[in-house]
Design a protein around this ligand. Structure first.
Ligand code: GLP
Length: 244
């Protein structure tokens, strides 16, 4: 689906999420959201915050699972995804702290496998992800599922692609400060969500969006697996949709 501006797309998606949250709340049920970081979802989070403040949208029945976290960064590091999610969303809404889930950036090496398995298990125990929000990296990654991540992958530690690290370099004040590894949900974890919404803005993303949407389903472009998802959609602005 193509929109005039990122704000228009973000508003449409936030409206759907609000509807889901309210419907479930009326039934006395929780909603499990899979959340993403990066610049892309910022207008979406801003709209959710606005709806909380101005329309009284409550997140008391929301359980969140973030896609990924950089290894080696503690929660207070300004580039950690924990910090990002709290400054851009969680600190401004009424989600219960115990319902917030992110992989840990500081788990010891010999505990990473167990940490990842527990993350997968917790998603299952919560009933699975109702709606997974995604951005897309220029390598075609969703979460940090870099080229080579097939559709059997689950939450695990991965090496970051050089393109991904160089895209992150300005925020870290130089590529040497960008972590080399991260923990991410896998392609199978993402494909297990009942609904998926991927956002992308700007011409910089146009060629990877084209590969993801119209190219072959391939391990070289993790987002291409979404073509096989029964309920996945791409929300694009004109720039990101310009090669379709
Ligand atoms: C990071 C994140 C992804 C995100 C991607 C694109 O690598 N792990 O979840 O989709 O970057 O970032 P941006 O939205 O800033 O373009």
């Amino acid at each position: 689906e193509t929109f005039e501006t990122p704000q228009d797309a973000a508003k449409a998606l936030a409206g759907e999420v609000a509807e889901l949250i309210r419907t479930r709340a009326a039934e006395g049920k929780n909603v499990v959201l899979g959340l993403a970081t990066g610049a892309t979802p910022l207008p979406f989070y801003a709209e959710l915050v606005r709806m909380h403040k101005e329309e009284g949208l409550s997140f008391a029945n929301v359980i969140s699972f973030n896609l990924d976290e950089y290894s080696g960064l503690d929660r207070d590091h300004p580039e950690s995804y924990w910090y990002f999610m709290h400054t851009n969303l969680f600190n401004h809404i009424d989600i219960k702290p115990e319902n917030i889930n992110l992989p840990s950036g500081t788990v010891k090496d010999d505990e990473i496998a167990a940490h990842c398995a527990a993350y997968e298990q917790k998603i299952k125990d919560c009933g699975g992800i109702d709606l997974q929000i995604l951005g897309i990296g220029r390598t075609g990654h969703i979460g940090f599922n870099e080229p080579g991540s097939d559709d059997t992958t689950v939450t695990r530690q991965v090496h970051l692609d050089e393109l991904t690290r160089s895209d992150a370099a300005p925020a870290f004040g130089g590529i040497e400060n960008v972590p080399t590894t991260a923990i991410t949900m896998g392609v199978a974890t993402i494909m297990g969500a009942r609904e998926v919404a991927l956002m992308a803005w700007g011409e910089k993303k146009a060629s990877i969006v084209k590969k993801a949407v119209q190219g072959p389903v391939t391990v070289d472009v993790a987002a291409s697996y979404l073509q096989k998802h029964p309920n996945a959609k791409f929300l694009l602005d004109k720039g990101a949709a310009s090669l379709l």
